[in-house]
Design a protein around this ligand. Structure first.
Ligand code: SF4
Length: 264
């Protein structure tokens, strides 16, 4: 299996993360696409550090002292962080501290998962064939980087790392859509049918494979069309259930609303 690399133009190309933003609030995406980024928060910085640490889980599982190994990995990540994810140093230090506090629980849950699933099976399940590959579909105008590609037979399947809470069963809807989007890109780049993807819930050490559903592929394509309209300049209506509390775009959103009511 060979992932094809290509020089692509990302102008007007939707990122997989835009789909989640669109579903949270399409207006938020409108502002972000016009350069109004909200800036990294402490929560986002912790997410980046934990995601980085989760890449070391396959190696940790086979160590005699997984907790010690992960602590050393966190030290390495802390030293390399400025080169990988340039963050304000106070944010970076806070994030490393947050993740360090999670280490005892993570080590315990990783050991339980290895016992439940079987060490060898779990290592095989989450060992990457490739880390953060850049995927693209020219046909649908979308790009994205799953955390990893993992091999299932001779097919490369997408694996995403999530740092929030895992659902009781299965995977969250946004995760299903992200996997479907990655599957669409992989199929265009490599050929073959990608039938499943993996979600690694890093905090709870839940590793869940999920089938790529036709309906999720359909929803991805519908949302892409709507996002392309936003790229072309259409400002979407404010959804009734928009998460406006603590939204970094609230000021802009209100200004646009006042201007619109002035003219209509
Ligand atoms: S203030 Fe509300 S409607 Fe406006 S962008 Fe933020 S979440 Fe969306």
């Amino acid at each position: 299996m060979k992932v094809m690399w290509d020089v692509v133009s990302f102008v007007n190309t939707v990122r997989v993360s835009d789909i989640a933003t669109y579903l949270r609030c399409p207006r938020k995406l409108y502002f972000r696409l016009r350069g109004h980024e909200e800036g990294p928060t402490a929560e986002y910085a912790s997410h980046l550090v934990l995601k980085e640490l989760a890449l070391s889980y396959p190696a940790a599982i086979n160590r005699d002292d997984p907790a010690g190994f992960l602590a050393a990995e966190l030290d390495r990540i802390s030293a390399e962080l400025p080169a990988i994810h340039p963050l304000d140093s106070a944010l970076a230090d806070g994030a490393v501290g947050d993740v360090r506090a999670l280490l005892p629980g993570i080590s315990e849950r990783l050991a339980s998962a290895a016992q439940r699933i079987g060490k060898e099976t779990l290592v095989g399940m989450i060992t990457p064939f490739q880390v953060e590959p850049v995927l693209v579909s020219r046909r649908f105008g979308i790009t994205g980087s799953p955390a990893k590609l993992v091999m299932r037979g001779d097919i490369a399947a997408p694996s995403i790392i999530r740092t929030g809470k895992a659902p009781e069963n299965g995977i969250w809807k946004n995760d299903r859509l992200a996997l479907a989007a990655h599957a669409i890109m992989l199929e265009e780049m490599n050929g073959g049918k990608v039938e499943l993807g993996l979600v690694e819930y890093a905090k709870s050490c839940e590793f869940r494979e999920a089938a790529i559903r036709s309906n999720d592929r359909r929803v991805v394509l519908q949302v892409l069309k709507k996002i392309h309209k936003i790229i072309d300049g259409t400002m979407p209506d404010k959804p009734g259930d928009a998460p406006c509390q603590n939204c970094g775009h609230a000021g802009l959103c209100e200004t646009k609303r006042s201007l619109a009511s002035k003219f209509f």
